[in-house]
Design a protein. Structure first.
Length: 345
């Protein structure tokens, strides 16, 4: 078994803990922090690279737990003195020529070290067979990552930005967030799935490409958004029914007709107009409650948490199962997992 560490969206630790054993073989979770997990598995590296719940994944070369001083200092000292470094890196590069660069991350922020320290590190590493310094087009990234919990990790980054990542538009949800939102909804092959705020389409497309379902329905109020989404659909070759809908008045849907709703509603304005958020949330939740089947689940990404929760309390048959506090593009938000329950007479 090999050992890795992966970063994910902070706030989703309970989801990662539950999901990871279902996606990898012979899994052992060694450390679980808010936004980072260390684990051992016999699954192939290719399978690990395909996991969409993570931001980045690294082969763990060394781990430093609760050091007495700066974790970065301790990691750098280990690299400069280690007799195992050559073997560890060559085991993962096969001795092939690679240009490398060093990345230092402290509490999720990349930092720069003093030039003399960087020079010493680079001189140490470039003596390893097949390695040359190439900061602009590196094919090998060696990461020093320190956490405020007192942990330090040194490893080789094995994931790279995909073409999909490079095409993400302003305001579009990242694939890992869309994946986690869908995962929280407990996907099933019998699901009739709805996203009434499709926007860029990242949530329904993620559902179609990577999760089971029976039918996917999605739409928006803005016809331009719908037209743009339909163009995207032509590229993925998946049948998704689209329509123009008002989420506070979903007349096109029968009562008790939807199993799952996963959506990212407006955060304060809609089609250029500021919203009366209490009224908007109550109308949306009332319609979700009407169209959801008993035990149906809604997963909703919300920025205005106190207002949303106040309106949710008014819908007595909508039961809050979980709330995950996260950041989206640096802004505070929360993911709400809600189940419709039958009330006793």
């Amino acid at each position: 078994m090999n050992t890795y560490f992966s970063t994910f969206i902070p706030g989703f630790s309970p989801v990662i803990k539950e999901a990871l054993p279902t996606q990898l073989e012979d899994l052992v979770i060694n450390v679980l922090l808010d936004g980072l997990v260390v684990y051992s598995t016999s699954s192939s590296l290719d399978k690990i690279k395909e996991l969409r719940i993570f931001n980045n994944t690294f082969i763990l070369l060394n781990q430093f737990e609760k050091p007495d001083h700066n974790p970065i200092d301790k990691m750098i000292y280990w690299v400069l003195q280690s007799k195992d470094l050559e073997k560890q890196i060559m085991d993962h590069t096969g001795g092939k020529t690679k240009g490398f660069r060093i990345v230092i991350s402290k509490e999720n922020q990349n930092i720069r070290l003093k030039n003399d320290v960087v020079t010493r590190l680079e001189e140490r590493i470039k003596n390893i067979k097949g390695l040359t310094i190439n900061k602009s087009k590196a094919t090998l990234e060696l990461w020093f990552l320190s956490r405020d919990e007192g942990y330090g990790f040194f490893g080789i980054r094995v994931t790279r930005p995909t073409e999909e990542d490079k095409r993400i538009e302003s305001g579009e949800l990242k694939p890992e967030l869309s994946n986690l939102l869908n995962l929280v909804s407990e996907p099933d092959k019998s699901d009739i799935f709805l996203d009434p705020f499709c926007g860029h389409g990242s949530i329904p497309i993620e559902r179609a490409l990577n999760f089971p379902y029976k039918q996917i329905l999605t739409g928006d109020m803005d016809p331009k958004i719908i037209d743009r989404f339909r163009l995207k659909l032509k590229k993925i070759n998946k049948k998704i029914i689209t329509g123009r809908w008002n989420a506070t008045n979903l007349q096109s849907f029968d009562d008790n007709s939807i199993n799952k709703i996963v959506t990212d509603p407006p955060w304060g304005f809609y089609t250029g107009k500021h919203l009366n958020l209490p009224s908007f949330y109550f109308g949306m939740l009332s319609e979700f409650n009407r169209i959801l089947k008993s035990d149906g689940i809604a997963v909703i990404l919300v920025a205005q948490k106190p207002i949303f929760e106040a309106e949710l309390k008014k819908i007595f048959s909508m039961h809050l199962l979980a709330r995950y506090d996260i950041l989206v593009s640096g802004k505070k938000a929360a993911v709400y997992k809600i189940k419709k329950i039958l009330l006793e007479n």
